[in-house]
Design a protein around this ligand. Sequence first.
Ligand SMILES: *Cc1c(COP(=O)(O)O)cnc(C)c1O
Length: 404
Amino acid sequence: MKYLNKKLSIDKVNLLKIAKKYGTPTYCYSYSRLKENILNFKKNFKSISPLICFAVKSNTNVHLINEISKFGFGADVVSVGEMMMALKAGISPKKIVFSGVGKTTNEISYAIDKKILLINAESKSEVVEINRVARQKNKIVKIGLRLNPNTDAKTLSQISTGKKENKFGVNEKTFYEIINYCKNSQNINLNCLSVHIGSQILDHKPYEKMLKVVDNILKKTSHEFEYIDLGGGMGISYTNENKKLNYKKYNLAIKKFLKNKQCKIIFEPGRSIIGNSGTLLTKVIYIKDSESKKFIILDAAMNDLMRPALYGAIHTTLPVIKSRKVSKKTYEFVGPICESTDKFVIIKNFQELQEKDYIAICDVGAYGMSLSSNYNLRTKPLEILIKKNKIKIIRKRQKHKDLI
Ligand SMILES: *Cc1c(COP(=O)(O)O)cnc(C)c1O
């Protein structure tokens, strides 16, 4: 995204044109950015030729998943709904892994019927249940088992998943117990060890620690795993801090880990693939002056983009039309919802804004639309894909008649 003739543009399409034609709030995705992310990700791990399963929960748009599938990606899903969406988008069942701590009997049954690659179980009870459902169907099912490596991902506590106090995975002791259980169960094959320590990780060291823990466990068991699923979590740069995950070092650590092992690596990236390809286009409804600052009241709210309200996330926020005049007062960008947490960002020295101006909230491709809701009975936004300077509607704006 850049300014062309002072107009913020994706490729050569300026966002003002989109806002005027299609209204706001609207999610706009850049195909060229998505493609660049995919190719970079593949390049970074080329030497270990992993299976890359896109984490569908980060963005569930069927057209985007379809574009991603064309690069040979599989999918990591966390519900039967996501599994249906991934299949609908053209992802081969042989490349689908199913994660999550609370899969229901129906979900397990559906996954077995669709013959997906792996059901990644997260508890003894779940393994027992998968075995029971598989036995009923007279099938043998490939499963993974998620280890909780008790590793601090050094990320926001709300999106950290690999510490022992987190609900995810099983501890080392239980891990061995389940290996033994699987040995004596006829309807499951324990093929994969999986880990996922959290999201928005920018330091390679937690990954190195995680690999060490996994390596130690593999040393202590004679069980052979066909796959090691290392999850996702690779962070992106949201503001101008420019902190970046060192993929070279992470890749190197994995190569070391793989020495004398026969297993194939699986990744489950979401954010690093789709995060910076999305922009939320929104309009200034009112400007309200208070003593110390001005509230910029937008037509987008926490129901459209929940990350700031949920985790205090900060997104780069830009004017769609650039001018030189700088506001004397600090701006607080807020939504119209009746919650004090319905605010996006506070910015000093922003350019002077008028009511009806358009604003772009950047890097919202991951956990943007997928976390949206109908709170306050607001309809969900439109989604647009910009590919080779062409505008394609990839999800219609929800209508009130769908809600009432
Ligand atoms: C959320 C999640 C991911 C994706 O995380 P990102 O930070 O978006 O890469 C991968 N695997 C599992 C099990 C997850 O829960």
